[in-house]
Design a protein around this ligand. Structure first.
Ligand code: ZN
Ligand code: ZN
Length: 138
């Protein structure tokens, strides 16, 4: 997989399967959910291996790690600038479209080398919190 190679990571079967799985979902799954998903697809893998590989992918900048409100890490292979809604009840994370003007303003903040005070801004992400549709229904 060229993506792994370009970041200096060895292309192991486990990594390719893991990254392919993550690129194919917008569910922002936890390591446990990823493990279950891979097993469903017939890939026999342990949660420790998944964790290890996730850490490498996060360090290489191919996957982003977020913490859910339940304290569990969630993972996203979509590295484009975008924003998230976090469920306060079950910890689920979903992509959310902010008003276009808000995202544009955030993108401007990281365009070129605009500095905020003495900081150089490299990326922005807004996190809005609330209840997901399922938790709202209960
Ligand atoms: Zn929820
Ligand atoms: Zn996302």
């Amino acid at each position: 997989m060229a993506l792994l190679h370009s970041r200096g990571l060895r292309t192991t079967k486990a990594r390719v399967q893991l990254l392919t799985h993550l690129l194919g979902t917008t569910a922002h799954p936890s390591a446990e959910q990823i493990t279950a998903g891979l097993r469903e697809a017939g890939v026999e893998v342990g949660v420790a291996t998944v964790y290890q590989n996730l850490n490498r992918l996060v360090d290489a900048g191919l996957v982003r790690r977020m913490s859910g409100s339940d304290g569990r890490s969630r993972f996203d292979a979509d590295m484009s600038p975008h924003d998230h809604a976090v469920c306060e009840s079950c910890g689920r994370i979903a992509d959310v479209d902010l008003e276009p003007g808000v995202r544009r303003a955030l993108d401007r903040a990281t365009a070129g080398d605009r500095h905020l005070e003495t900081w150089l801004l490299t990326r922005t992400a807004v996190e809005v919190h609330g209840l997901c549709p399922e938790c709202r229904a209960h």
